[in-house]
Design a protein around this ligand. Structure first.
Ligand SMILES: COc1ccc(Cn2ccc3ccc(-c4cc(N)[nH]n4)cc32)cc1
Length: 241
């Protein structure tokens, strides 16, 4: 099953990068199909205007609804279809999580609507909600200039979970935030040389004693999680506060 990804933006060149590395390979393997579109292709004035001043006043500019609606008609269609997932990155969106990425990895179609300026006329989101499955998502509590970088991050988080994408699916189970780690941060990783600039690999990892290695790794995950992400330590996970 091929996943179709569409990107609507006034900077479609942001998505040229999707031809590189793993994502490029996935596209070649037919796992994903990527289409980037310039929102200005759905404007009709000489200046290809996509923005206007906010109703009710306020600073900055708001993206007009018209180009979005015409782009939707052409790219997605005019019939409702709940199997189409439309993602609006937004500073006021719900936090994007690994479980959201997991859910989206089984989608047949995802359309990323990348806003700029102060954002998109809200009726665009309301219209999209009446037609498709809409997700307004934030990448985190920091401010970007537009939705493109967020769309790239979400794309990578989702596509790497598509069955057949990762060469070694076992590696997915051991990662931070994956269910396999009980919601804990990943333990520190080491490889050869065993001694490097006076810094040595922890002896336990060279002991060949799998039980002790597993305990060291678990203890390190708990220590790191308590130190850096107390919000992840919850009595449900049995991790001490
Ligand atoms: C505070 O109000 C703001 C309103 C708009 C903007 C610029 N902008 C325009 C579209 C757009 C889409 C996503 C994001 C974004 C997402 C996250 N996690 N941070 N920033 C930012 C975006 C900045 C701030």
């Amino acid at each position: 099953m091929t996943m179709r990804l569409d990107y609507l933006s006034i900077f479609p060149a942001y998505f040229d990068v999707l031809d590189i590395s793993l994502l490029g390979k996935a596209a070649v393997n037919g796992l994903v199909e990527v289409h980037a579109h310039d929102l200005r292709d759905w404007t009709h004035d000489r200046h290809r205007t996509v923005d206007d001043t906010p109703c009710g006043g306020g600073a900055g500019m708001v993206m007009k609804p018209d180009p979005w609606g015409e782009a939707f008609d052409e790219i997605i269609g005019t019939e409702p279809d709940s199997s189409v997932h439309v993602i609006f990155p937004s500073p006021s969106g719900a936090p994007f999580t690994q479980s959201a990425a997991q859910e989206l990895s089984s989608a047949v179609r995802i359309v990323f609507c990348c806003g700029r300026y102060e954002g998109i006329d809200h009726r665009v989101i309301d219209y999209a909600r009446s037609m498709w499955t809409v997700h307004e998502v934030s990448l985190g509590d920091y401010v970007l200039n537009g939705g493109e970088v967020a769309a790239l991050a979400i794309t990578e988080a989702v596509v790497r979970l598509v069955p057949g994408f990762m060469g070694n699916p076992e590696s997915l189970a051991e990662e931070s935030f994956s269910a396999g780690q009980d919601g804990l941060l990943e333990y520190p990783l080491f490889t050869r040389p065993v001694s490097w600039r006076g810094l040595d690999v922890p002896e336990v990892l060279m002991s060949g004693h799998h039980g002790r290695i597993a305990k060291w790794r678990r203890d390190e995950s708990v220590r790191l999680t308590c130190e850096r992400r107390p919000d992840l330590t919850d009595s449900d996970f049995g991790v001490p506060h």
